[in-house]
Design a protein around this ligand. Structure first.
Ligand code: HEM
Length: 456
């Protein structure tokens, strides 16, 4: 019996009985036990944080904005923000430590030799980090980009047929059609003569979304001519996710969803999910009705879209993907497929405009391949006949990578070439994909642009 039990019973105005004494003692003991566990966990957390900070001291860090925000918001994704960031990275080479708020340290790895041990580590040692990717979760669910472990491996295997050449080849027709629509719009704009310049990125984004909607869902929304709710929701979601990263208080779900941005994010997610779910359900019904064999027979000679591939996929045990899994993969492909390619293509066009002599060489190469053709459209096999154009695309991707960082969290210590160690545990390790592409550059037969930056 605890001495405090009597006092507590008195305080509650209860008569002292043996049962009450034991019951209150038991309650008090379990309360104390939980409090002790909580304190122990808190102590472990603080100790872990202290150890991590001590181990991170060997990495240089630029001056912080203040103790609360750390470096958050100091390097915004605009021209001056990027220049400031470049200055810091140039002066601190290799690895830089930055703080997201007061308690979240991030190691930014810049030099290829320092990135190598991390990208070379297995997915178990350097898995994807939830920190940045978690903002995408309500939209993309457990698709390939965000899933980990067994689920990721199973889905990777199930999705492999989607990348078979026989599936991809017919998509060339779709890419040509969608690009023709974009070119027709440009010609119209030029003929009207009313616009001196326009933002190509918007046009290219719509073109890539149009292509993807056709490849993934076999759905023609005509979004390049008139905006659809689904496509504008994807564009809005992409922008909202980026904006959320730069506002510390928006990192907390319960605050974010009370803000105007959070409410718009939720609405846009609903719009996207409604569209994807409807397509999947309709298609699954049709597939059940006809049977897989008849379905495939009817599809012969036609384009098999991503939803078809996912609905027909079976694992080693003959199990299929659930509607929710398929929705997550389709939403992931719509995001990953448009955001990256529209940025990449825009930079390719920027570079070709900047270097007209290389633009001319690409044009000549393409015209040579097209010679004598009635229909001026590139086909699958033509792609290997365009080595110079391919080099220009790769070089542009290297210099202006569409994905500027990927995010990892180490579950074990990782040793760097100079002997310093990325400590296991509480801290996060993003990779600058720009640096990553410098590394890749050493493997590619490149050299198209005259002003190749040196690998530091
Ligand atoms: C220039 C074009 C592209 C670039 C630069 C690019 C870049 C990347 C990068 C850097 C990652 C790794 C992310 C990480 O590990 O954290 C990634 C993953 C991924 N990308 Fe792309 N991507 C491009 C095009 C596409 C396209 C067209 C699609 C689909 C239509 C796509 C679908 C995916 C998916 C599903 C993943 C996750 C893969 C996995 O974790 O297994 N990407 N991409």
């Amino acid at each position: 019996m605890l001495p405090i039990t009597d006092q507590l019973l008195q305080l509650l105005g209860l008569q002292r009985t043996a049962f009450r004494v034991y019951a209150v003692s038991a309650l008090l003991l379990s309360g104390l036990f939980f409090l002790f566990r909580l304190l122990l966990q808190l102590w472990r957390l603080c100790w872990g944080f202290h150890v991590t900070c001590r181990r991170l001291r060997c990495f240089p860090q630029p001056p912080r904005r203040n103790w609360l925000l750390g470096h958050l918001g100091m390097y915004l994704p605009n021209e001056s923000g990027l220049q400031d960031e470049k200055k810091v990275l140039d002066s601190m080479h290799h690895v830089v430590l930055v703080w997201i708020g007061p308690v979240l340290p991030l190691l930014v790895l810049v030099h290829p030799d320092y990135i190598k041990p991390l990208v070379g580590a297995s997915a178990a040692i350097a898995p994807k980090d939830d920190l940045f990717y978690s903002f995408l979760k309500p939209w993309l669910g457990d698709g390939l980009l965000l899933s980990k472990g067994d689920k990721w491996s199973r889905h990777r295997r199930l999705l492999t047929p989607a990348f078979h050449f026989d599936i991809l080849k017919p998509y060339m027709k779709i890419f040509n059609q969608c690009t023709n629509v974009m070119h027709a719009k440009w010609r119209r704009t030029l003929a009207e003569g009313s616009v001196a310049s326009f933002d190509m990125f918007e046009h290219i984004s719509l073109m890539t979304l149009d292509s993807l909607q056709k490849c993934v869902f076999s759905y023609n929304s005509d979004c390049q001519e008139k905006m659809s709710d689904y496509i504008s929701a994807i564009i809005e979601l992409s922008a909202l996710v980026v904006r959320r990263q730069y506002r510390l208080h928006h990192h907390l779900d319960f605050i974010y969803y009370l803000t105007a941005d959070g409410r718009r994010f939720r609405q846009a997610c609903d719009t996207v999910h409604r569209f994807t779910t409807e397509v999947i359900q309709e298609r699954r019904q049709a597939l059940r009705h006809q049977g897989a064999e008849a379905w495939l027979k009817a599809k012969q000679g036609k384009t098999l879209d991503f939803i078809d591939v996912l609905l027909l996929a079976r694992d080693e045990d003959g199990k299929e993907l659930s509607d929710e899994d398929i929705r997550a993969e389709a939403d992931t492909f719509m995001f990953e497929g448009h955001d990256t390619t529209s940025s990449g293509l825009s930079w390719v066009l920027f570079n070709l405009a900047k270097y007209p002599e290389y633009q001319e060489k690409c044009r000549e190469e393409i015209q040579e391949v097209m010679k004598g053709r009635e229909l001026e459209e590139l086909e699958w096999d033509d792609l290997t006949q365009l080595p110079f154009t391919t080099m220009c695309i790769k070089e542009s991707l290297r210099q202006f990578p569409p994905v500027t960082l990927v995010s990892r969290r180490c579950t074990e210590d990782i040793k760097l070439p100079d002997g310093r160690v990325i400590p296991k545990g509480a801290h996060c390790v993003p990779l600058r994909a720009g640096a990553l592409s410098h590394y890749v550059a050493t493997l590619l037969p490149i050299g198209a642009w005259p002003c190749l930056p040196q690998v530091p």
